[in-house]
Design a protein around this ligand. Structure first.
Ligand code: FMN
Length: 199
């Protein structure tokens, strides 16, 4: 698939088939992620792959314990796009354990070596994560960036024995899609581009 076609249709997928994602597919995604740029080529990234049903169950229960009041009390949005996003997010959270694989994108505070800064962890992990989701789209695999599983970070750290120096940033749901990929809706280029000066 052409890379522009992949980016144009790389919508957040919140509904997945039960079909598992293979080890080879996951390794291909991590390969794509780790082709990304990073500050000074420091490559302070790490990826925790969670496909163990027991772990997903514990994390999913904790996530829902925190989010249930929000979902049960929220008013339906008048905006159809927002409503679709919120109901999709609820479906994803409620079905956390059924998502075939979760990839936790993490980073170490290693750059610059003489005075490591937290901000460089963000600049390390997000280009890699974006590479990963575009590569997945090109393979017909759906993904959704999420941050809500951060509520279960202590459980993830304990169950997966994550070393203390790894920081957890974004949790990517990965699976074959149950719904169609659609063109992403984004601002037109003309609205976000400036040549040389705002004057
Ligand atoms: C850093 C980041 C965090 C996100 N967190 C969540 C999340 O917790 N739950 C969720 O359902 N979607 C999450 N998303 C997905 C966005 O909501 C989604 O990409 C956006 O609404 C645009 O939709 P589209 O990508 O399908 O066009 C996140 C995206 C990013 C980049």
């Amino acid at each position: 698939m052409d890379v522009f076609d992949a980016m144009n249709s790389c919508t957040a997928m919140r509904y997945f088939q039960e079909k598992p994602i293979t080890k080879d597919e996951i390794e291909k995604l991590i390969h794509a992620a780790t082709r990304a740029s990073s500050p000074g080529n420091s490559q302070g990234w790490e990826f925790l792959v969670i496909d163990d049903l027991a772990v997903k169950g514990v994390v999913g229960d904790k996530v829902m314990a925190g989010m249930r009041p929000f979902f049960e009390n929220r008013a339906a949005s008048d905006d159809a796009v927002e409503e679709r996003m919120l109901s999709g997010a609820e479906h994803l959270a409620r079905n956390f354990a059924k998502v075939p694989t979760w990839i936790v994108c993490m980073a170490r505070k290693v750059y610059p070596p003489q005075d490591p800064q937290e901000s460089f962890m963000h600049s390390t992990i997000y280009p890699a994560a974006q590479n990963l989701i575009v590569a997945a789209r090109s393979m017909g695999i759906g993904t959704c960036f999420t941050t809500f599983p951060g509520a279960a970070e202590p459980e993830i750290r304990k169950l997966c024995q994550v070393p203390d120096d790894l920081h957890l940033f974004v949790y990517i749901a990965v699976g074959y899609p149950e719904r169609a990929f659609r063109p992403v809706k984004r601002k037109p280029v003309a609205d976000v581009i400036t040549w040389n000066t705002y004057g």
